[in-house]
Design a protein around this ligand. Structure first.
Ligand code: PFF
Length: 448
């Protein structure tokens, strides 16, 4: 464990870093939003567009963030102070604020996955087997203030416990176990789902390219999802990069993280659609799909309780490792900028985030008034995802593309040790293409 006076902690291995960064990227968004967007806007045709975006733009922005963090070896605010000066630290502040706020509600939903793991084994299947039962069970659960806040506290206490142990001893150790477990679970669930009678209809809906369904709206949704899915624009990769060894091949690491993230998003669709179509249930989106539709689907399967438990365990791992990364942005900030030790940073920030999570936990059950027509949780989600994250991404790209370009090239090539073959492409993506694309997503996303 590092303190503010000791040597900076580092990832113990390449594998550990990849598991932690992929753990951040693979989250709730992969499991429900990617499959949903894909199915709705053109199946395989949209996957191609999504792939083009993540391969060219997502990878470039991730590389930019990692290089900033590794060069400065500081949190996101400190990194921009050190490398940019002037008003640039504001971009870091935006990231800190965004991570703090996202975690406050992301941990609430992570808490739901914990409850649903246990509910799966304790009567949820019987409830969900009757028509409308899964929806009633969900409403009853989110309306229970004690239970939802308790789940939030359990999740946040666990997140604090991991962060307290530091980068190599906490985050890396847990992600090295959790992420392989996630892959095993998702593979088991895919086999179950695609072998159900009637599964082909779901596969057809999910994957057959239908160019007539591709629209500007769909393309922007895919681009926005790519950005969110890779955890860009809020200083996570800057923070994780700041603990990365100076001889690691960042372009290669980035490609691996993007590949893992995209594979899990793709595989989640192979779990969800065949199962939903096999039982003739309408595939919705969001919490509705995961906490209502899927329990109803599992309730009709032989050994449904076990598969339901496995599914919510998968969702829990995906969400929890993303929570860990969001929290590390905040903790590294407290250690580097406020000069607190790691224990104090984790405890104090953890308590503050939990407090902010309480209104989100209460809002879904209608216990507190709405904010301009949205639940408090949805309002925070809207502001962070649609406004703050894209702004962060735009400025990170501009920063490396126009301001700190030579420094970034030097860092990405390990000070000339590696040949960075795609330098020209990367440069123009950061200079022009990424800011333009992200601005388009930003503008269209501002409809409240
Ligand atoms: N990438 C995560 C997902 O796809 O669910 C979500 C996420 C985690 C976004 C962490 C942003 C973040 F900082």
């Amino acid at each position: 464990m590092e303190s503010n006076s000791g040597k900076r902690d580092q990832w113990g291995s390449k594998f550990g870093f990849i598991m932690a960064a992929a753990g951040s990227a693979i989250g709730l968004g992969n499991v429900w939003r990617f499959p949903y967007i894909t199915g709705k806007y053109g199946g395989g045709a949209l996957v191609v567009i999504y792939l083009l975006f993540v391969i060219f733009i997502g990878t470039s922005v991730m590389l930019a963030e990692l290089s900033i963090g590794r060069k400065a070896r500081l949190d996101s605010v400190g990194s921009f102070k050190k490398l940019g000066g002037g008003a640039w630290p504001l971009v870091g502040w935006l990231g800190f604020f965004c991570a703090f706020v996202i975690l406050s509600y992301y941990s609430v939903i992570t808490g739901w996955t914990v409850a649903y793991m246990f509910k799966s084994l304790g009567g949820l299947m019987e409830q969900a087997a009757v028509s409308g039962g899964a929806a009633d069970a969900f409403v009853a659960f989110v309306s229970d203030p004690v239970l939802t806040i308790l789940c939030l506290m359990v999740v946040m206490a666990s997140v604090v416990g991991v962060a307290y142990r530091g980068i190599s001893g906490g985050i890396e150790k847990s992600c090295k176990v959790l992420m392989p477990a996630l892959f095993v679970i998702i593979l088991i669930l895919i086999v179950r789902s695609v072998t159900l009678p009637g599964a082909e209809a779901g596969l057809r809906f999910y994957l057959l390219p239908d160019f007539s369904k591709v629209s500007a709206e769909g393309i922007l949704a895919a681009v926005g999802q790519g950005f969110y899915s890779l955890s860009l624009g809020m200083g996570i990769m800057i923070t994780y990069g700041s603990y990365l060894g100076s001889h690691e091949d960042m372009p290669k690491l980035t490609r691996t993280i993007v590949l893992l993230d995209t594979s899990v998003a793709f595989m989640a669709g192979l779990v969800i659609f065949p199962a939903v179509f096999a039982f003739g249930i309408d595939a919705g989106s969001g919490p509705g799909l995961t906490f209502v539709t899927l329990p109803a689907v599992f309730a009709q399967m032989p050994m449904g309780a076990i598969f339901s438990f496995a599914f919510f365990a998968l969702l829990f791992i995906a969400a929890f490792t993303s929570c860990i990364s969001l929290f590390e942005v905040v903790v590294t900030f407290a250690v580097d900028e406020l000069h607190w030790n790691r224990a104090k940073s984790a405890l104090a920030m953890g308590a503050a985030i939990t407090l902010l999570g309480v209104p989100s936990a209460l809002s879904v059950g209608g216990h507190i008034p709405q904010v301009f027509g949205k639940d408090f949780l949805d309002a925070l989600d809207f502001i962070t995802n649609n406004a703050i994250m894209p702004i962060g991404g735009i400025f990170v790209s501009i920063f490396v593309g126009w301001i700190w370009t030579k420094g970034a090239l030097d860092e990405i090539s390990n000070r000339g040790e590696l040949k960075f073959k795609f330098y020209k492409a990367w440069l123009w993506i950061c200079r022009l293409i990424a800011p333009v694309c992200i601005t388009a997503v930003f503008i269209t996303g501002l409809k409240w």
